[in-house]
Write a protein that binds this ligand. Sequence first.
Ligand code: TTP
Ligand code: MG
Ligand code: MG
Length: 442
Amino acid sequence: MFAAMPAPVNDPNHGFCRDCLTLQRDLSKRCVQCGSPRLARHPELYSLHIAHIDCDAFYASVEKRDNPDLKDKPLIIGGGKRGVVSTACYIARIHGVRSAMPMFKALEACPQAVVIPPNMEKYVRVGREVRAMMQALTPLVEPLSIDEAFLDLAGTERLHGRPPALVLAQFALDVERQIGITVSAGLSYCKFLAKVASDFRKPRGLSVIGEAEAVGFLAEQPVTLIWGVGKAFAAVLERDGIRMIGQLQKLERNELMRRYGTMGDRLFHLSRGMDQRVVHADQEAKSVSAETTFDTDLASAADLVPILRALSEKVSARLKKAGIAGRTVVLKLKTQDFKLRTRNRQLSDPTRLADRIFQTGMQLLEKETDGTKFRLIGIGVSDLSDDARADPPDLVDTQSRKRAMAEGAMDALRDKFGRHAVETGYTFGKRRNAHPPEHLDD
Ligand code: TTP
Ligand code: MG
Ligand code: MG
């Protein structure tokens, strides 16, 4: 049916119906086909291709789907160990309930709310189902969390027979029908504004921010809309009399960088809607890694190396347990101002040895320890394969063969006496420096 219609063209008066996807060729308030008021119109509707999709009140929507009695009731998912709200459905939000609010406050605001403790296993499962549907649209899916991802739909028009805006609208309908929850989507020319847009008309929203309107739109928004401007940094800006993005637009780049360092550079670009970051396909599921966030930011190799060693051992232990090995070593650093640095190096053959992971990580780290303060370090391997081809003795030099043998001996001792039974010189006595390493992914 769709193919028989005339092709969609960019025209401020044209658009489509988000319920039956029929193209609209005038400015009427309701769909010419089905009468729905949910129409999408925008002058750049058919030329934008960076999308951000986020599920609406995710945990609560899943619970409502599984118990229709809850449909019209205010619902809070929360409680549990931390005693805070994980999320609230949109009915409970009308009463003022918000994520991260202490439970007792939430129940003061909305005493009639139904409270359900989170069932993470279920949400992870549903999140994966939604993600699989995204991956059917484009390989360029970059997940940000359990319920959201960026998608780059450039070049998919021939595959889908429709431009990205219509693909998104169809996707939202498909998720509703097939999974039983709702999503909101944002469409723009860059990641920053696609994410802003998806949050703009929740729930069941489809918002578009085009290039022509970006600067004007941003001028009217508070600085907290900018990625990385949290409460603390907003307070710094507030002290300088800056509350709205429009005020940042009036400041030169040099001035912003003089005042706020590298964060100033981000403020300069994002305030003007300039964001060159590309959508990276999800490769994390194909890697094994470990990372840790420090109590206080660290800059020196002396501080970072022992942590890198401990993390390498952790990655190695997981590889050995899973019977796999990785050929590319990836070092991840997050700077004090939340800039992410990832560096990687490919090995001649896959490894599962802590020492090879660590030594390669050290080489990558060497170039980064230039006085920059870091808040996080992570190490991992990607390019995974089973470990039959890993660390071939004849290809690994004599030194590392010795280390590999020593590592085998240490593994045996650890198996017998526990993980901390044997410590290398790098980690000995250093474990207190950081939070326990966390898994990045599986
Ligand atoms: P969000 O996408 O931030 O929120 P949401 O999906 O509940 O609501 P919205 O419609 O505004 O997108 O987070 C996704 C899930 O992550 C959320 O359902 C519960 C969980 N979560 C927490 O556990 N604690 C939090 O503080 C936040 C923000 C989310
Ligand atoms: Mg959400
Ligand atoms: Mg989300």
